[in-house]
Design a protein around this ligand. Structure first.
Ligand code: DX5
Ligand code: ZN
Length: 218
């Protein structure tokens, strides 16, 4: 299995102090920062876009922004997110008719490409061709749209199915993940762990990051 990576979701952070919050997570041991971009169309909420990401990347040279694009037209934002310093552009399979072209466009802008599936999308929707072209697969363990939701255990078999098909691929889980749910994620084979509430809501975020990482490496 690929190495463990912890990607705190800044959706649970103090947006007024976003750069400082990201720095705090990196200092606490996080490799990536998970940036939830919502457009009010693919999901009901609106969060942040390229102008805000750009401020963060300028403030933290070398930051790895794992951009989770919960947007209706993922083709539209590739250049803006690349210009803003995005390192990984993860789009929803449900939002595009041409995932392979989109992956090529993302790669052409020197970003890693991720493919996300919502709870009702089967793992088989990710064909071998799509998975082989992508750098990362994201299995949502809540319905995309907001933080702080309950972990959907029924999504976990999809992680195991994808891990069996793609032993070397980064597989990310996102939604309701924390100390109480990490074992199921790690046992199924995910290695990139997104956690918002569980990390930002903790009195000891550093300890939670270390514990999540240890669970994946166990
Ligand atoms: C949900 C987002 C998640 C969310 C995770 O739409 O994609 O990244 O912020 O937050 P928690 O860990 O609180 O469920
Ligand atoms: Zn997310």
């Amino acid at each position: 299995m690929p190495r463990a990576i912890i990607s705190p979701s800044v959706l649970a952070s103090d947006f007024g102090q976003l750069t400082a919050e990201c720095k705090r997570m990196i200092k606490g041991g996080a490799e990536w920062l998970h940036m939830d971009v919502m457009d009010g169309h693919f999901v009901p909420n609106i969060t942040m876009g390229a102008p805000i990401l750009s401020c963060v990347s300028k403030g933290i040279p070398g930051i790895f922004m794992d951009c989770h694009m919960m947007v209706a037209q993922p083709e539209k934002w590739v250049n803006d997110i690349a210009d803003a310093g995005g390192a990984l552009y993860c789009f929803h399979l449900e939002a595009t008719n041409d995932p392979l072209s989109l992956i090529n466009a993302i790669r052409a802008r020197n970003m890693k490409a991720g493919v996300a599936i919502s709870p009702d999308t089967p793992s088989t929707a990710i064909t071998d061709e799509i998975a082989n072209a992508a750098d990362m697969l994201l299995v949502m363990t809540v319905y995309p749209g907001r933080g702080g939701q309950k972990f959907l255990e029924r999504c976990i078999p999809k992680v195991a199915e994808l891990r069996a098909r793609f032993p070397d691929k980064d597989i990310e889980v996102d939604g309701g993940v924390g100390p109480n749910t990490i074992a199921a994620c790690a046992d199924a084979g995910s290695n990139v762990i997104v956690a918002g509430t569980a990390i930002f809501g903790a009195t000891d975020p550093e300890g939670v990051i270390a514990a999540l990482k240890a669970s994946v490496n166990a």
